[in-house]
Design a protein around this ligand. Structure first.
Ligand SMILES: *Cc1c(COP(=O)(O)O)cnc(C)c1O
Length: 385
């Protein structure tokens, strides 16, 4: 058996056509026809054309998902001295841009059903920050961990009540849906990632989902060094070089032709894991808690219910054992409030993310993981128990 990876980039075959077009027309720059067309594809995709309420959004293609989170914060006016609430159970790229802005992240733990930000704890954190600092957090960043929708209705209700804008980190939730609406379109801004291991890839890249044409224009301004409209280089704001290359966008256009197929494959892989692991008492496959939450299942994750397979016990030995059998697995994200770099950040915790980090494992789920691979992986997990 060849090595089975968590999620490898998988091409449709169309990508090279768009790249060739870019070379043939010498659009080898961070703007151009592929960038515009990829943004149109994405706008249609997140707009939802499956009978649900259409959701008109504008898209700006960027150099990474991290850049998208960063520009979302810039657009929301986050600056030095501000606090931003961020889901603790996530990849560091959700939180680092808060620090780029000189602001302080305030971490909030997850609820056990979705692994995403706990709405009740979110409200407690908001109240406590207002009591302690005399001002409201400037933004809220929920995350769609491993593709699972967050309880976004509850989150938006709280955010709206306190009039705090929401920036959704949908980097892992590309195409996941909540009540039929695509994740990343509920808040003021939504960040997507097209890194090599994500649901679709542009080799490296991301996008910011914007509420309207004006904000799109503003995001593009900041993404291209904040050049003012003068015949010479005039700068009145700090800008960034965050625009997506026309070559990368060509890959993105090719990937969009198979995006739905990729999502269906990841969902199929999850269902197979559920079936094959259903009789195994000590293993729970993380599954959407509500029928109206449609996860893309970017990665299927499992949790061990025995006391042996924990971070303190033999979980990492199991990772090594599976690796020796040519299976790549990985512990779940280590919560931000447990990261040394964020040890001084305020945190509102309930033990959920720490427990999941201790007991959980990500399983291979990408387009190269078929029936034979899943059976082999499950057999090896059962063998190790
Ligand atoms: C991948 C990821 C990002 C960052 O995306 P890049 O394109 O790698 O910069 C942000 N947040 C989460 C939760 C991610 O998984």
């Amino acid at each position: 058996m060849d090595r089975i990876y968590l999620c490898l980039a998988h091409m449709s075959g169309e990508e090279q056509k768009y790249i060739k077009e870019a070379f043939d027309t010498n659009w080898v720059v961070p703007l151009g026809p592929n960038v515009n067309a990829f943004e149109d594809d994405l706008a249609r995709f997140v707009g939802g054309d499956d009978g649900a309420e259409p959701c008109a959004k504008e898209i700006v293609a960027l150099s990474s998902g991290t850049a998208a989170v960063h520009l979302g914060l810039v657009m929301l006016g986050v600056e030095k001295g501000d606090e931003v609430i961020c889901q603790s159970f996530t990849f560091a790229a959700s939180a680092n841009p808060i620090v780029y802005q000189g602001a302080t992240p305030v971490f909030v733990d997850s609820e056990p059903d979705t692994y995403n930000i706990d709405p009740q704890l979110l409200e407690e954190a908001i109240k406590d920050r207002i009591a302690k600092t005399g001002k409201k957090p400037k933004a809220i960043i929920p995350v769609y961990l491993y593709g699972m929708p967050a309880r976004i209705d509850e989150i938006m209700e709280i955010a709206n009540r306190y009039e705090i804008p929401v920036l959704e980190d949908a980097a892992e939730g590309f195409g996941s849906k909540y009540r039929g609406q695509v994740c990343g379109t509920f808040g003021t801004y939504g960040a997507l990632s097209f890194n090599g291991n994500k649901m679709i890839t542009t080799s490296g890249g991301g996008a910011l989902i914007c509420p309207d044409a004006d904000s799109k224009k503003r995001v593009m301004f900041y993404a291209t060094q904040a050049r003012e409209a003068y015949p010479y280089y005039q700068h009145e704001k700090i800008g960034y070089n965050y625009r997506m290359s026309n070559i990368c966008a060509g890959i993105g256009r090719g990937q969009m032709t198979v995006a739905e197929e990729h999502i269906r494959h990841h969902q199929w892989a999850h269902d197979r894991y559920v079936e094959l692991l259903s009789g195994v008492e000590d293993v729970t496959v993380h599954t959407s808690p509500e029928s109206y939450m449609e996860s893309n299942y970017w990665l299927t994750t499992i949790r061990f219910n025995d006391s042996k397979h924990t971070m303190e016990g033999e979980l990492l030995e199991l990772v090594d054992k599976l690796s020796a059998a040519n299976i790549e697995t990985r512990p779940l994200w280590k919560p931000m409030h447990k990261q040394p770099v964020y040890k001084d950040a305020p945190a509102y915790v309930n033990g959920v993310s720490e427990q999941m980090f201790s007991q959980g494992l990500c399983l291979p789920s990408g387009p190269y993981v078929g029936e034979e691979e899943i059976e082999y992986i499950v057999k090896n997990i059962i063998k190790s128990l």
